[in-house]
Design a protein around this ligand. Structure first.
Ligand code: GDP
Length: 465
C-alpha cells in the first residue's frame, strides 16, 4: 500500500446505494486547497481554506462551469480530525451517480483514490489511535449484536491499549535496569534482583492469563454462541427454531426424520447472537440419508458451545433419550420440555432424576406452539453465558485472534523469564525473554509490527473508512 502521507486521499464513505445523503471524504495536505477549487458558495465568494475548523458550509460542487451538486461541506483541520490531517467531507445527495461524480471531481483536482481502510490507517500512522483501537473500528462496523458492539466501543476507547502499555512500561523499566546494571556492575548490583523480578513477572503472567481467559467469552460475544438443538424426531426442534427465528425457515413436519441435514441460523436474542444448528433427530435409523444427518448432529454437538435438548414432554422417554443424555454429559446444556400445552407425561423432576451427575442443567417447560416459556429460556441463556448484563467499563474482552496470539507469545516469553530466574541463570538470559515479551505485547498496540502486517490489517476495512 502507498504509505506516502503527503498525498491527499479521497473516497466515498457511505454505502453505494441510493440514499438520503452520500459522503465523499478527503484527507491530506491539499484537502483544503482542492476544496477551494471545486466549492462555490451561494454568493460565490467564500474560500473554504479561510474558514474555521469544524464548521459546515452550504454551497455547490463545481467543475469549472459545470455544477455537479448542491452540498454541505464539513471542514476539520489536522490534527483535530479522525486521520489527524486536514479533512474535508462533502455531504451530497445520495445518488450513486452524483456521489461518484463528486469523487471524480476531487480526484481531478489533485486527490488520489484511497485504499480500503486508508483513512483509519492514516489515523494510526499519525498517532491518533493504536492498532487495537483501529481494529476496534472495523469490529464496530461489523458488530452483529449489542454485546459485540459494546465490547468494540470499549476497545476503541483504549481499554486494551492502556492495559498493554501498563505491562509494557514495567517490563521495559526492568529490562533497562538489568542492562544498565550489567554495563556498570561496580555501581549497580543485581544481587537478589531475580526474586524481585519474579514477583513482577508473576503479576504480569496473572494479568495476561486473565486477558487470555476472556478470549473465549470474547469469541462468543463477537461471533455468537455455537448452539446445537438435539432431540428425537418430532420433539419440536424445528418448531422451536421457527419460534426463535420468527419466520418459517426450517421445514416443520409431522413425518419423523424429515429434518435431514443441518440448518443453521444466526439469531439475536436479547443482544446475544446464537448460531443455531437444527439437526436431524437422534434415533437409530436404517435410512442412509437420515443416518448422515444423525452423525452430523452428534459431530456438531461435540463441537458446540451450547446444546439445547428438546424433549417431547407429552410422550415417554426411551433408549434414544439415553443416547442424547450421553452426548450432553460433558456439554453446557439447556433442557426444554416441549409441548407443555398437552398432557405432560414427563416433568422437570423426572429429568432431574436421570441426569447423570451433571452439575447444573436448567430444565424449562416450554411450548413451541403457544410460545410459553420462551422468555424464560432466553433469560436463562443470558444468565448462563453472561451472568446477567455484561459491563464493559473495566472488563476487557479479547475478541481478536491476532491479539490473542500475541498475548500467548508474550505469556510464553514471561514463563521463560520465570524459569531462568528459578534455575539461577545469569541476568542477561532473562533480559532477552523480557524484551521478547515487550515486543509481542507491542504488536497488539502496533508499535512493533511491520508494514506488511499493517497493510494486511487495514486491507480488511471497507472503502472510505
Ligand atoms: P422436530 O422433528 O423435532 O423438528 O419436530 P417438529 O418441530 O417438526 O414438530 C413435530 C410436530 O410436533 C409438529 O406437528 C409440530 O406442530 C408439533 N409441535 C411442535 N411443538 C409443539 C408444541 O409445543 N405443542 C404441540 N401441541 N405440538 C407441537
Amino acid at each position: 500500500m502507498n504509505q506516502d502521507l503527503s498525498q491527499t486521499i479521497a473516497a466515498i464513505s457511505t454505502a453505494m446505494t441510493e440514499s438520503g445523503i452520500g459522503i465523499v471524504r478527503m484527507s491530506g495536505e491539499k484537502a483544503f486547497a482542492i476544496a477551494d477549487k471545486i466549492y462555490k458558495s451561494k454568493n460565490g465568494k467564500k474560500l473554504l481554506s479561510q474558514q474555521k475548523s469544524h464548521t459546515i458550509h452550504y454551497g455547490y460542487i463545481v467543475d469549472g462551469e459545470d455544477t455537479i451538486d448542491e452540498v454541505l461541506v464539513m471542514l476539520m483541520r489536522g490534527p483535530h480530525s479522525y486521520t489527524g490531517e486536514d479533512t474535508v467531507e462533502v455531504n451530497c445527495h445520495g445518488g450513486i451517480l452524483v456521489v461518484k461524480k463528486v469523487l471524480e471531481t476531487v480526484i481531478k483536482y489533485g486527490a488520489r483514490p484511497a485504499q480500503p481502510g486508508e483513512f483509519t490507517k492514516r489515523a494510526f500512522l499519525n498517532g491518533k489511535m493504536d492498532l487495537s483501537q483501529a481494529e476496534a473500528v472495523i469490529d464496530i462496523i461489523q458488530s452483529k449484536n449489542e454485546y459485540a458492539l459494546k465490547s468494540s466501543v470499549s476497545q476503541l476507547k483504549g481499554n486494551i491499549k492502556s492495559k498493554i502499555n501498563e505491562i509494557r512500561s514495567e517490563i521495559l523499566y526492568h529490562t533497562a535496569f538489568i542492562e544498565t546494571a550489567l554495563d556498570d556492575p561496580e555501581h549497580i548490583s543485581v544481587d537478589g534482583y531475580g526474586d524481585k523480578l519474579k514477583v513482577i513477572v508473576d503479576k504480569h503472567l496473572n494479568e495476561i492469563e486473565k486477558l487470555l481467559a476472556s478470549a473465549d467469552d470474547g469469541r462468543i460475544i463477537k461471533e455468537g454462541i455455537n448452539t446445537v438443538i438435539l432431540g428425537k424426531p418430532n420433539a419440536g426442534k424445528s418448531s422451536l427454531l421457527n419460534v426463535l427465528v420468527g419466520e418459517e425457515r426450517a421445514i416443520v413436519t409431522d413425518v419423523a426424520g424429515t429434518t435431514r441435514d443441518v440448518i443453521q441460523e444466526t439469531i439475536n436474542l436479547q443482544g446475544i447472537s446464537l448460531n443455531i444448528m437444527d439437526t436431524a433427530g437422534i434415533r437409530s435409523t436404517e435410512d442412509i440419508v437420515e443416518k448422515i444427518g444423525v452423525d452430523k448432529a452428534i459431530h456438531h454437538a461435540k463441537e458446540a458451545d451450547l446444546i439445547i435438548y428438546v424433549i417431547d414432554a407429552s410422550t415417554n422417554l426411551d433408549e434414544n433419550d439415553d443416547k442424547i443424555l450421553k452426548i450432553i454429559e460433558e456439554k453446557k446444556t439447556i433442557i426444554l420440555l416441549n409441548k407443555s400445552d398437552l398432557d405432560m407425561m414427563i416433568r422437570k423432576e423426572d429429568i432431574e432424576h436421570i441426569l447423570p451427575g451433571k452439575a447444573f442443567v436448567p430444565i424449562i417447560e416450554i411450548s413451541a406452539r403457544s410460545k410459553k416459556g420462551i422468555l424464560e429460556f432466553e433469560d436463562t441463556l443470558k444468565e448462563m453465558f453472561y451472568k446477567g448484563d455484561l459491563s464493559f467499563n473495566n472488563e476487557i474482552y479479547i475478541t481478536n485472534v491476532r491479539q490473542k496470539t500475541a498475548l500467548q507469545d508474550a505469556y510464553e516469553s514471561l514463563i521463560r523469564v520465570k524459569e531462568s530466574i528459578e534455575n539461577g541463570m545469569p541476568e542477561d538470559f532473562y533480559s532477552i525473554d523480557l524484551m521478547d515479551a515487550y515486543e509481542f505485547l507491542g504488536s497488539i498496540t502496533g508499535e512493533t509490527v511491520g508494514e506488511d502486517l499493517i497493510d494486511e490489517i487495514f486491507s480488511k476495512f471497507c472503502m472510505g473508512k
